[in-house]
Design a binder for this molecule. Structure first.
Ligand code: ATP
Ligand code: ZN
Ligand code: MG
Length: 302
């Protein structure tokens, strides 16, 4: 049995994660949720004074916005769409017959206007663009959403439906790169406060296909993405528990996000992988929260 399977099995055995029969789709216990809630309060403590505007979107987004985002160009392999039955009574009869005999019944399902949210910040840009120009001070937003990515895995840190907490900053290049640096420093400090050793490294998104290799190299060459890594299922390949992304003016241009003086806004976003952070804590301090170091418990629960 490899290490990944055993950590997942230990999480199941402890009841922290609940098996649904699907890799990467888990229920979570009250204890697991309590760790996430405590860590989110810690995030609030670090980010609270910045005056971010909080918004919460559901885990599905407007398909038209998703299409415009270009997600299918870069990550078609990860996307999830919501389809529904839209047929007649006759279609219903054949659907049930199909199911009865164990034939493929989903072929007649039709795409709805909703797709599953791939990252917490995707619904934000069109929402902010609708408001008109951003104020001189730019924009700062606090988001949290379940996100879907079709990447089934036995690694408990790679889930298909997971929560991402994000701060998104819009403004001048200087403004948003300062924001990103501030959260890199805070990320290291926060993880230290909960007893986790971290490294920060340059990273790239998993762009699809051969053309994607070039996009990934470009992203690295320009220092557009950093990750905060913590060993969870492997020391050699530690897990990204936070990411720090600078989009330059790409989203500003795409969505028509402008500053007060009419110039195109630059944007950056910082994401916390909430399940991954909880898993890092359980992996490092043990599955019994009562046994965690007093200093860690104090940071999380006062
Ligand atoms: P990875 O490199 O591990 O695939 P990513 O670079 O795709 O992660 P981002 O797109 O930057 O991740 O997403 C922001 C954060 O969301 C990540 O830093 C991570 O903590 C979390 N995250 C991403 N994918 C998953 C997943 N499949 N399961 C759980 N958490 C995830
Ligand atoms: Zn984002
Ligand atoms: Mg990555």
């Amino acid at each position: 049995m490899d290490m990944q399977t055993s950590f997942l099995d230990r999480l199941f055995d402890a009841g922290l994660l609940i098996d649904t029969g699907i890799d990467g789709l888990y229920g979570r216990s009250g204890q697991f949720e309590d760790v996430i809630a405590a860590f989110e309060r810690l995030i609030d403590t670090f980010g609270g004074a910045d005056g971010a505007e909080a918004m919460r979107f559901p885990p599905g987004m407007n398909r038209a916005f998703f299409e415009k985002s270009g997600y299918m160009k870069s990550f078609p392999q990860l996307a999830g769409t919501v389809h529904s039955f839209c047929g007649s009574e006759l279609d219903h009869v054949s659907l049930l017959e199909c199911m009865e005999v164990g034939e493929e019944w989903t072929k007649g399902q039709e795409a709805t206007d909703i797709v599953l949210t791939p990252a917490a910040c995707y619904p934000l840009y069109p929402t902010v663009a609708k408001r008109g120009n951003l104020p001189k001070t730019g924009g700062l937003f606090d988001l949290q959403s379940y996100c879907f990515r079709h990447e089934p895995s036995k690694d408990p840190a790679r889930q298909q439906l997971f929560r991402m907490r994000e701060y998104v900053c819009m403004g001048t290049e200087q403004h948003v790169t300062d924001f990103r640096q501030r959260w890199m420093d805070r990320g290291v400090e926060m993880m230290k406060a909960v007893g986790l050793e971290v490294t920060i490294d340059i990273a790239n998104d998993p762009f699809f296909g051969r053309a994607g290799k070039m996009l990934a190299n470009n992203q690295r060459d320009q220092n557009l993405k950093f990750e905060l890594l913590i060993p969870i299922t492997s020391v050699a390949k530690p897990t990204a528990c936070m990411s720090f992304n600078y989009h330059q003016d790409a989203f500003g241009t795409k969505w028509g996000l402008n500053l007060e003086d009419g110039s195109v806004a630059h944007t950056a976003c910082v994401g916390f992988g909430l399940e991954r952070i909880a898993l890092a804590l359980f992996h490092h301090h043990g599955l019994d929260v009562k046994q965690w170091p007093a200093s860690v418990r104090k940071t999380l629960w006062g």
